[in-house]
Design a protein around this ligand. Structure first.
Ligand SMILES: [Fe+2]
Ligand SMILES: [Fe+2]
Length: 171
């Protein structure tokens, strides 16, 4: 094993965290779909897929380092939401938790002079900056556009367009 047991534990915890995030976004997507927020639904289905790819990235890394990833069990995410704004607030909070976990891993890499894991986790540090900014910007929209039905419809359309543009840029 090329990484310490402590690092192995931290990375396996990260696998579970990314998996939980994927599941949580899936619950949000489904809630939006049922309500009829089609843009938000497709947006959160994409978020869920992204978190799954993050989870797999960490699994590959652990296995490549001879540390063997642990596949976590799936816990039911909370699935009762008050509003689209509530969903986006919850998303931001979750991303902030993930950022903290990533920063902890960075601290371990520094203490252990584990340059390989530092290089690996750097991608996640940058990703978390983008993730938090994304949800902060979305939250601002409620203050800027409003919270009535028309405003929510505008935000839903924005989310649809954003999802379409992400799909095009990654295609
Ligand atoms: Fe993630
Ligand atoms: Fe994320």
């Amino acid at each position: 094993m090329k990484i310490s047991p402590k690092m192995k534990k931290a990375l396996n915890d990260q696998v579970a965290l990314e998996g939980a995030a994927s599941n949580s976004y899936l619950a949000m997507a489904s809630w939006c779909e049922v309500i009829g927020y089609q843009g938000a639904a497709s947006y959160f289905y994409v978020q869920s897929d992204e978190e799954r790819t993050h989870m797999i990235k960490v699994i590959h890394y652990l296995n490549d380092m001879g540390a063997t990833a642990t596949i976590p069990s799936i816990k039911a995410p909370s699935s009762s939401f008050k509003s689209l704004e509530d969903i986006i607030k919850t998303s931001l909070k979750n991303e902030q938790l993930v950022t903290k976990a990533i920063h902890k891993i960075v601290e371990i890499t520094q203490k252990e002079k584990d340059h390989s894991t530092y290089a690996f986790v750097e991608w996640f540090v940058n990703e978390q900056v983008q993730e938090e900014t994304k949800f902060e910007t979305l939250l601002q929209k409620f203050d800027l556009i409003g919270r009535d039905k028309l405003a929510i419809n505008e935000i839903d359309k924005f989310l649809a367009a954003d999802t379409a543009s992400t799909a095009n840029s990654t295609a």
